[in-house]
Ligand binder design. Structure first.
Ligand code: ADP
Ligand code: MG
Ligand code: MG
Length: 881
């Protein structure tokens, strides 16, 4: 006994997709629920797998089973395969478990030959129809099975029509068609060296084998690679008796969605062609008519279709994409599947289906495709318009922007204030350019990777950014930008797309994002389901407000280095760094205090009683000093051209400091809490500003929850030393003000040693927050910019690693360190609050992992908050039962 390879439609159902393919399983399901599906049988994916296992040979017994099942189709249809009196015709359709464009085209009307075509003509009393079917069949079969391309046949058809001065296919008479078929056959004889096969059984077996073969054609292989579909799945083959949409004006064929796939509105959306067969709709030979027209042209069939589409939607509980054919006013359904839709439509449909009582809130939340949501959270390029990409860089911060090219940050700022849209174009940006980044719609740089200053700042602000676009040749002095042989000047319009890295000449229309009512609803449902908290990373009151608007319940990372920058502050900070003794340093810091207090006041107030994790100064001090090369240049100029003695001395002192502070490996250098250990007054000033702001708010009746975070801790002794500084400041501020505020002190976990000694650290720390950007760098032992710029690409290509660990949290390495820290930390302190604030906090797969290892919250950029809320809910749904 050979394996069972074939299934009749009524033997299967929609759960059998992996065995019967998506198309087959759904045809079986529709048969089961009594819909008008032409009878058919399915060859399972197992047969395809065995075909390849056996070195591309039809597996044993398959042929016999196919013939047995043809006999079954003959008996249910009352027709005979190859019977010239009443011929059975079938379609042969491929269908893998997942929808896979690129495989073999469907063959219709199989079973026709020189004799059966006459029978078909007699029985339908329509010679034109019969020969039309035959010429279609010859074309499709020759193309798919014999490898003779469509165009060869089309050119014969075209020449013939031209000769007769005919425009449309349906104007061809039966005799014309017979002539054309003769020409087809002789062309085949020449090109293929054989006759068109006349034996229907031979036709069928060859067609089945062609489907199997198409599983490994290059288009299919590429598609699977792009969509990560395993090669081992195999395809099923559907053999289905034909129904005819080309039988006259009471026949037709069409495709319809049960709802609008781009907006989600509940309305039938589709089109059809009268007197046509399946492939005509796709081929675009004639313009199809909107489905509403069917109501007038064939009211009965229309009503059948409406009833059926409602039933199918109820049954599948999702928008359906339906293929149908009408044969002499009778409706047949040939395919249904959950339709592809835009993110906006997916959300609207999910909410509507809950309201209609078809699905639960959990199902609605669970089925939103999070990777699609980017479409809704940033302006996107209207892809229906024509545009030309002139350069490509790194997609550093998603969203698209249009504006005038501006090279100078101050100019970008002032033009931005006037409401002019500008794109700031630079080789790279520095903290000095911050005002320009704020003023611009988007940032384009020729250098720098995914963590360059421009990229990080832009992502934080949710501003589109394209980085490292080395095709740009920027002449800052003359304010010109050259790309290839095109030259752009200041003021010329360009469009950048930070989601793809594309740079486009001129203006491309943008689609503006909004959090629709339905999106809000889905997010509220997600909040009911999730247990993982969602906070945002925000460094200023505006971002904090945005975070609240998007539903963040607190700030998981408030970086304070920005509070040391800007034209007013930087000179004070530089003075502080240059000071030769503690008193000078303290004097400078005192000037910073009120300014920073104001910053903290704004942020804490915006969060209205939700916690705010404030990370004390992290970057190395040289980042606040001018660039070394620039300084040298200035000093040389001053020396050679003569200039003020005082200025020269100032620059020389600065240069000496820059030299003294320079490090061979800044990422592993004098930064983070190491800075706090050597210059405790810097941290003391920062926490004083925090506590004064909190006290001020307390007096105004506003509750605050400041969480003081010490960065880059590797040992408990660092933390205890610095916690003492924090506590002392608290005691003195609270005593002075007569008001005290609750606060906690914790640490960012971002080096492996902190994970290994988490038990000890947790004895002092109130909370841990995983800084997974640095933890990934320190765990892997490579810097992100070097990795992404130089070798990560090869690693991914050679499958040494499967994902970029800076985008998707590396569970095997970084994840294991995190787990260790969670276990050890909670063992020594049960109520230890644990979160994540690296960029991974906004990545769905990483969020799922954080949920699994028991974190309390994730924190991400304000614009990722909706994504995180949904991802946290989906993680809970996936793992809770
Ligand atoms: P695809 O996956 O490319 O949509 P299908 O197998 O669904 O390929 O078929 C292509 C076209 O042929 C569709 O319009 C379909 O409705 C039509 N078709 C397939 N089988 C039959 C059949 N038995 N009778 C009539 N039309 C059919
Ligand atoms: Mg189809
Ligand atoms: Mg860090």
């Amino acid at each position: 006994m050979s394996k069972k390879y074939l299934y009749k439609f009524h033997e299967g159902d929609k759960e059998m997709k992996s065995l019967l393919g998506g198309k087959g399983a759904n045809l079986a399901e529709m048969t089961k629920i009594g819909l008008p599906v032409p009878p058919g049988v399915i060859i399972s994916t197992q047969a395809c797998k065995d075909y390849y296992r056996d070195g591309q040979k039809l597996p044993e017994g398959l042929k016999d089973q196919i013939l047995e099942h043809i006999a079954y189709l003959e008996s249910v249809t009352g027709k005979g395969f190859g019977d010239s009196k009443n011929p059975l015709l079938v379609s042969v359709r491929s269908g893998a478990a997942v929808s896979m464009p690129g495989m073999m085209d469907t063959i219709l009307n199989l079973g026709l030959n020189d004799e059966t075509v006459k029978g078909l003509a007699r029985i339908t009393n329509d010679e034109r129809f019969a020969f039309d079917c035959y010429r279609r069949f010859i074309t499709m079969y020759s193309d798919v099975v014999m490898g003779i391309e469509h165009v060869a046949f089309e050119s014969i058809l075209r020449t013939y029509k031209k000769k007769l001065e005919i425009e449309h296919d349906h104007e061809l008479t039966p005799d014309d068609l017979k002539m054309i078929i003769q020409e087809f056959k002789s062309m085949l004889r020449i090109k293929h060296g054989s006759e068109f096969p006349q034996d229907p059984k031979e036709q069928l077996i060859n067609a089945v084998e062609a489907v199997f073969k198409s599983w490994q054609n290059s288009r299919a292989i590429l598609y699977r690679k792009l969509h990560k579909i395993p090669d081992s799945l195999g395809t099923a083959v559907n053999i289905q008796s034909m129904v005819f949409g080309n039988m006259g004006v009471k026949s037709g064929t069409g495709v319809a969605f049960t709802r609008n796939p781009s907006t989600g509105v509940k309305e039938l959306y589709g089109e059809y062609l009268v007197n046509a067969q399946g492939e005509d709709v796709v081929a675009g030979i004639r313009t199809p008519q909107p489905i509403e027209k069917l109501k007038e042209e064939m009211p009965d069939a229309y009503k059948q279709f409406i009833d059926t589409s409602k039933l199918l939607e109820k049954h599948y509980k999702d928008m359906q994409d339906i293929e149908f054919t009408i044969e002499n006013s009778k409706l047949y359904i040939l395919q249904t599947r959950n339709g592809k839709k835009t993110a906006a439509a997916a959300i609207r449909i999910a909410v509507d289906l809950v309201r209609e009582g078809l699905i639960t809130k959990e199902e609605a939340v669970g089925r939103i495709d999070i990777t699609q949501l980017d479409q809704l959270l940033h302006p996107t390029i209207d892809i229906t318009t024509n545009y030309e990409v002139i350069a490509r860089g790194l997609p550093a911060s998603p969203g698209a922007a249009v504006g005038e090219i501006v090279f100078d940050a101050d100019e970008a700022e002032s033009m931005g204030k006037e409401g002019i849209n500008v794109i700031l174009v630079r080789n790279e940006t520095t903290p000095d350019d911050l005002n320009g980044i704020v003023g611009a719609q988007g940032i384009l740089t020729s250098r720098g990777g995914m963590t360059s200053h421009a990229a990080v700042v832009a992502r934080g602000m949710g501003k589109p950014c394209v980085c490292g676009c080395d095709e740009l040749d920027i002449d800052m002095e003359r304010e010109k930008l050259r790309i290839g042989n095109k030259i752009f000047s200041r003021g010329d319009i360009i469009t950048i797309d930070g989601s793809t890295g594309n740079v486009i000449e001129g203006e491309v229309p943008l689609l503006v994002p909004t959090l629709s009512k339905e999106f809000q609803t889905i997010l509220e449902w997600a909040d009911e389901i999730r247990t993982l908290g969602v906070r945002a990373n925000a460094d200023n009151p505006e971002d904090a407000a945005k975070a609240r608007e998007f539903g963040a319940k607190g700030i998981g990372l408030c970086r304070t280095e920005h509070m040391f920058m800007g034209p007013e502050r930087l000179p004070i900070v530089q003075k502080m760094i240059l000071s030769s003794n503690d008193d000078e340093r303290k004097a400078a810091l005192e000037k910073l205090l009120p300014i920073q207090q104001e910053d903290f006041y704004g942020i804490l107030k915006a969060m209205q009683g939700y916690p705010v994790t404030i990370r004390l100064l992290d970057p190395p001090l040289h980042e606040f000093l001018p660039n070394r090369e620039e300084l040298i240049e200035e000093i040389v100029k001053l020396r050679c051209l003569g200039g003020s003695e005082e200025e020269l001395r100032e620059k020389e002192a600065l240069f000496a400091k820059v030299k003294a502070l320079s490090e061979s490996n800044p990422m592993l250098g004098h930064r983070g809490c190491r800075l706090g250990i050597t210059f405790p007054e810097i941290y003391a000033t920062q926490v004083e500003a925090v506590f004064r702001a909190a006290v001020q708010l307390a007096k105004e009746g506003v509750k605050t929850v400041p969480e003081i975070e010490i960065p880059l801790v590797m040992d408990v002794n660092e933390l205890s030393t610095l916690k003492e500084v924090v506590d002392q400041v608290a005691v003195s501020v609270f005593a002075e003000e007569g008001v005290s505020v609750e606060y906690t002190v914790g640490t960012m976990i971002e080096v492996p040693r902190a994970c290994a000694t988490a038990g000890e650290i947790a004895q002092i720390a109130d909370f841990f927050s995983f800084g997974t950007n640095d933890l990934t760098q320190t765990c892997f032992g490579f810097s992100r910019d070097d990795a992404e710029g130089k070798f990560l690409h090869s690693y991914l290509e050679k499958k040494i690693i499967n994902e970029n660990p800076f985008v998707v949290l590396d569970r095997a390495g970084v994840g294991r360190l995190m787990e260790m820290a969670v276990t050890k930390g909670r063992a020594s302190r049960e109520d230890l609050l644990i979160g994540i604030c690296g960029e991974h906090g906004g990545d769905p797969s990483s969020i799922e992992y954080c949920y699994q290892i028991g974190l309390d919250f994730v924190s991400c950029s304000p614009y990722r908050v909706p994504v995180a809320r949904l991802a946290a809910a989906q993680a809970a749904l996936r793992h809770s039962n």
